[in-house]
Ligand binder design. Sequence first.
Ligand code: LLP
Length: 446
Amino acid sequence: MSSTLAELTRRLPADAFPVIGGELHAEGVALSRIAAEVGSPVYVYSATRLRQRYGALAGALAPQGCRVHFAVKANSNQAVLALLAGMGAGVDTVSGGEVARALAAGFKPEDVIFSGVGKTEAELAMALDVGIHQFNVESVEELRALDGLARGRGRVATVALRVNPNVDAETHAKITTGKKDNKFGIDLERLPALENELRTMAGIRFVGIASHVGSQILSEAPLVKTYRRLAEAVRGLRDRGFAIERLDLGGGFGVAYENELEIDNAAIARVIGETVGDLGVKLAVEPGRTLVADAGVLMSRIVYVKDAGEMQFLILDAAMNDLVRPAMYESHHDIVPVRLLRPDARLVEYDVVGPICESSDTFAKRRKLPEMQPGELIVMATAGAYGATMSSTYNARALVPEVLVDGDRYAVVRRRFGVEDQIALESVPEWLNTATASPGAKAAAE
Ligand code: LLP
């Protein structure tokens, strides 16, 4: 049975989520204590693990002079961002909101890359005014808009063109971004047609190219292919007289959710060295998931264990609004009981579900777990990336809180945003249901 316990906790980094006295902890803090004091569901992050993940990647890429810009979309909590800012990271952002979040957490404008296919005029203007490091421009239409805005404000925007290298990232279709039929980037073959116009744009300082071909990439092949195409593009642009000094290689480095083997940092460093190491450009990567995924869990309490004859359901107090990845991408998250006190518990195949009124509110089907009781706590592993940032209040549920643990301390870093908070954002117009309201409705009411 001990092999089952090892099996259950295998996706949890032991420093971050150790089993102490038969009970799962976040570093030195018992998860049951956090549940009792903060409530559930709740995201719990390990500061130590965040430092380890960033430190390892940044360290591996340092010999290439490659800077790590954390993709804020993966986890935009202020405490997580502040921790990474303190370690010298940069950020990759995709909205004015993310730029503002990064700046509020302590990043400097010169740490900020602004990507995204649909930046609005207001977002571009804001980023111009704060003087960010780099705009990753995704279309000629955006380039013209940025040029106009910059000239109008007496500024010059530092620009990398995000190109679409038409490479299959060999990942889930919903997170593939580097193929011709995706909406992202400028087709590499159409780049030369842009060049004359680019030379005349006084509001644009064109310094480099950028790319990002997809997320949760698990093999080297798509990275090698992409980086080679980018290197070719840099050489071509230089031949045609452009002083290309930056290359942003994107993110997408996959992690192990189940039985996958994640790409290790040494392999990423080697691929970068071999493909673009000799270009003499300032390199950057923009990973999200790999830096935060396994540093976070979503903890939840079992509300009911429903015996439906053929089927056994674990009904949780967490739902798809708290962690949408399984419903949206059929993604796997290991499920681990917080108390591992009964080594002789028999294994049951459970469907693990939330309380929301649709069948997509399912975290796992036929998952083998030790027999569970209502009231017990579980965690869903590898939930630090695209968990809290994709959460919502669907079904008028609270926006899930977040906790950061560091050693034997913890803090609530996003408070629960409950239904009173939500109702307070809304209002009923005074003119609704007055005498002038629709006569049809009035008649129906009488
Ligand atoms: N840079 C750009 C321009 C991106 O679009 C993305 C992710 C990243 C960097 C970071 O990718 P990462 O290193 O995290 O793979 N919600 C999905 C993932 C969507 C990723 C979208 N773009 C999920 O939960 O799996």
